[in-house]
Design a protein around this ligand. Structure first.
Ligand SMILES: [Zn+2]
Length: 298
């Protein structure tokens, strides 16, 4: 026992960021390793958090290990700042990190923790995106043994994953994966990019912002460092394509609130049973609406 050891923030029940300094240091060391080997699933000692695993504990541990008093945090869940998961995680960070600012504006945030979406607005070099991951290993659908999966990753042997995609093409004429699309990072490791839609996958490629992925239950951290090649797994003759929101006439569907025809849309059914569409990124949608009303006023 080090006699000179001082508990940080003596008066508080917990240290800044809930986790103790040693835990945060270990997570940061794993982050550095994950950045050094892009796409490699770095094991770490995932801590017990005061919430159920599966509610973003992996992402939260990354955020708490990185956040400092100068940071501004944005938390989103499926593109929305106001859904239950996002609100609770944000409140928890505010409770355990006094002095940290929170925001809903993408461009103001230095740290963005997200579940299932990448913000519509282009991220910058000054920002870090933390994605919550339920299943870190893209190979889990074809190989149950983790030991064997590790060998396959080491040898960059993704032939069985490609066979799985090929079976999709044979059966449905196209690759039917809508979320968690296997993506090769820096020409070697294939990652599960967390349940982001296909729409968001190209935005990992050469992203100016550092993208960190944390799986609390599976105890893995991996990264897509800034300006790194990220390619969805495809065949030479079958191109990767994102969701195209077109109606029966081939017209691009617009958001019912802001009219945007370039954003990822959520499908909603209104009280009358009609299908309508709305931007999934709620902050983006609000900003588009503000721009339109400002233009009308001018
Ligand atoms: Zn909209």
């Amino acid at each position: 026992m080090n006699a000179h050891y001082e508990l940080p923030l003596e008066d508080a029940g917990y240290s800044f960021g809930f986790l103790d300094e040693y835990a945060k240091k270990e997570v940061r060391r794993c982050i550095l390793k994950a950045i050094s080997i892009p796409g490699y699933q770095t094991p770490y000692a995932s801590r017990e958090m005061p919430m159920g695993r599966g509610f973003g504990t992996g992402g939260l541990q990354l955020t708490l290990s990185l956040i400092g008093e100068d940071d501004t945090l944005k938390v989103i869940d499926q593109g929305s700042d106001d859904s239950v998961n996002a609100v609770n995680l944000r409140q928890f960070v505010q409770l355990t990190c006094p002095g940290v600012d929170v925001t809903e504006k993408t461009q103001e945030a230095t740290l963005i923790q997200s579940r299932h979406r990448i913000p519509e607005k282009m991220l910058t070099e000054e920002q870090i995106l933390v994605l919550q991951v339920p299943y870190p290993d893209a190979l889990v659908v074809v190989e149950p043994s983790e030991a064997r999966r590790k060998v396959m990753h080491g040898e960059a042997d993704y032939s069985r994953l490609l066979v799985k995609l090929y079976e999709d093409v044979v059966r449905f004429d196209e690759i039917t994966i809508s979320h968690r699309y296997p993506t090769r990072i820096n020409g070697h490791y294939v990652i599960d990019p967390s349940p982001i839609p296909r729409w968001d996958v190209p935005r990992l490629h050469q992203s100016p912002a550092l993208v960190l992925l944390g799986a609390g239950r599976e105890k893995k951290i991996y990264a897509v460092p800034p300006y790194t090649v990220a390619e969805p797994l495809v065949f030479d003759d079958i191109a990767f394509r994102v969701e195209d929101f077109r109606d029966a006439n081939g017209q691009r569907i617009a958001c019912r609130c802001c009219g945007s025809t370039v954003s990822f849309l959520d499908e909603l059914i209104d009280d009358a049973g009609n299908i309508t569409h709305q931007c999934s990124d709620s902050t983006y949608c609000e900003e588009q609406q503000e721009t339109i009303s400002a233009r009308k006023r001018a």
